[in-house]
Design a protein around this ligand. Sequence first.
Ligand code: PRX
Length: 648
Amino acid sequence: MPEKNIESALNEKRVFPPSAEFSSRAAINGLEAYEKISRKALDDPEGYWAGIASELHWFEPWTKVLEWELPFSKWFVGGKTNISYNCIDRHLATPRKNKIAILWEGEPGDVRALSYQMLHREVCKFANVLKSLGLQKGDRATLYMGMVPELAIAMLACARMGVTHNVVFGGFSAEALRDRINDSQSRVLITADGSYRRGTTVALKKNVDDALEGASSVEKVIVYKRTGDAINMVAGRDAWWHDLMASASADFAAEALDSEHPLFMLYTSGTTGKPKGVVHTTGGYMTGTYITAKWVFDLKEEDTYWCTADIGWVTGHSYIVYGPLLNGATSVMYEGAPNFPEPDRFWSIIEKYRINIFYTAPTAIRTFVKWGDQWPAKHDLSSLRLLGTVGEPINPEAWMWYRKNIGGDRCPIVDTWWQTETGSIMISPVPGAVPAKPGSATRPLPGIVADVVDRQGNPVGVNQGGFLVLKRPWPSMMRTIYGDPERYKRQYWSDIPGVYFTGDGARRDEDGYFWIMGRIDDVMNVSGHRIGTMEVESALVSHPTVAESAVVGRPDELKGQGIVAFVTLAAGNQPLPALKEELKIHVGKSIGSFAKPDEIRFTDSLPKTRSGKIMRRLLRDLASGTKTVGDTTTLEDFSVLAKLREEE
Ligand code: PRX
């Protein structure tokens, strides 16, 4: 928890209601309809959520909607279902059978379209492959791949048989992959030879080979051939995806799984050095992603929908794979970089497939602004009818640029606030009903009770900064941290009594709109990637020359936040420029290139309190070039701060 409450500065007054045309066709077609649903959800939350869950298929009905023993929840208790069945099989007896489920474009330009029927066949076959390798319900599998349809196929195959999937973003290093395999105790690793990124290939299998030296739980490695680059195959351990699939049967009945069966775990950064495996279960996650995809993206049968996230992060789980497929949508998936071969790749994809709904991150939008208006202007984007953003606060200028240059001043924008932990979108405009304000995620969705409070949990006043909390359980909430329920309790439910603490600061304006101000704990948000300061610090001190380090975020025009590391060297080491480069590379190797510090500053000592705690607030001020105004009376040695300033 931070030392002080939060000041809020933004003062944005523009309001953009949806057009009458958009509203008239929308699933929730105006404020009145929206308020009515919200009221019902508030008065009878269990009835509300049960109504939504019952739009999906259950092999056996639940006996109880919610079992709530703060902070542990169980949803749809006793119910049996399967999310893979709901994403695929449920559509096969309808005209969606031959509708495209996944429309994929590779970076080199190759295209694949998988209908729901075709997806069913691949998923069943791959489930049989996993079964033939001895995998059973309750086991874990780690997936480390690029953005190919096989990643979604593997997830849906795991879900079909009750194997808990653990997707690790392809940008993570071998060491980070190893930690995640070990913590999850995965028996199988599913990967690819490599993946395409900005015209070159990323050697995924090489990282896997390195990671598996020291990850003994893995018995089998399945390798999808994507790039054709030469790789090492270990006899007895490694097998090609296509060889295993060749003889697999296309019959695999989806398991009737308990509603609380763990569907997946996904590691995310927190305030300690060790990433935590956020656990999501089946029935509640399914209910949350289904309804939010339906309402927030206002999915229509004929829509082509594209979320540009990587499936390695929660956005890809919930809004490339599960949410859209639960709704029988066509979900577009793109493999590569936005600027390959030119900075208009996204706009050419929108034009080519006549995409209607486009969901991306503020960091991407700011990058597009930098690349220039000429790139989107070259393309016909008139098919778009709705835009979305996620991952970090969006500054009003970027919002306005997005609205004008991509949305043709016509498309509503949904600024969706949520987290890996929440599983699905929590705060966002419902586009046909709630007028947008640039930079605000607007209001909580029906059934979500959010508030802005002080340290004691008391609501703060209108336009006062405070801590963003969620006050009632919701179906897609995380259930625990894998293997560490105590940490789950401590991390999210202890700082402010009785409520879920998000780690974000926020304020609520006179219209009840939420303005998210970003993380207030020791977590940074770099280009929408969540990185713990402690994680980078641990990586730095694992280098033999480093005695101590403190890492902070500083505002960055493009990335949202940049990383600054203050480093004290062990005796006998020289603070040379070459060492800075070496340390950056070292962090890249320990975590992944996206976590490399932007700047390293050597210092003889770090500012600490008398009890030995590093005073990050001071370092943050230093890193961002703002003058420290806060309280420094607990500082142990004032000369440290003066020296750090001199060293600037
Ligand atoms: O700080 C908030 C920010 O991203 C954090 C969650 O990160 P992660 O679990 O990686 O999930 C990202 C995608 C859901 C939040 O605590 N964040 C996410 N969306 C927004 C946001 N901040 C402001 N506005 C948003 N729309």
